[in-house]
Design a binder for this molecule. Structure first.
Ligand SMILES: [Zn+2]
Length: 145
């Protein structure tokens, strides 16, 4: 979904959507930035005070506990965030205190208890950390068929 489609989705479903941007060090992906569009529950109680949605920003390196954090109201959302592709997520309770690979996995539907550990397969682990999306490697696809 593009940004506008993601906003429409979040407002209609009252759920969340996220975008992934890899963070590189010397051309190697070592972390990521996550933009999480979330429906703002407070909007219903106080529509004049709270907008319908907001955008949460998290950025960091994998397996590193220092995380950059930010939050934007609709009118403050940077153009960069509006140019990304968004994916639906059912995860709404993000703890910014977690290392960013844990949050990335949660956004992909992996429960927190499992997200704390690496995937069983190294290639599948690499896939999610580099592409931001849960996808099986070729070997695992073959094994599953
Ligand atoms: Zn695999």
């Amino acid at each position: 979904m593009n940004f506008q489609q993601a906003v429409n989705y979040v407002m209609q479903s009252k759920m969340a959507a996220f975008a992934f941007l890899p963070k590189k060090q010397e051309e190697i992906i070592k972390g990521c930035e996550l933009f999480i569009l979330t429906y703002c529950d407070m909007h219903e109680e106080e529509p004049d005070e709270y907008p319908e949605y907001n955008l949460q920003y998290l950025g960091g390196y994998y397996y590193d506990s220092s995380i950059e954090e930010g939050s934007y109201w609709p009118e403050e959302i940077p153009d960069e965030a509006k140019s990304l592709s968004y994916f639906k997520t059912f995860e709404k309770s993000i703890d910014p205190g977690n290392e960013i690979q844990i949050t990335l996995k949660q956004l992909n539907g992996i429960p927190l208890e499992e997200a704390r550990f690496d995937e069983d397969c190294e290639d599948c682990e690499k896939n999610i950390l580099e592409n931001g999306r849960l996808s099986l490697c070729e070997d695992c696809i073959l094994k599953n068929n």
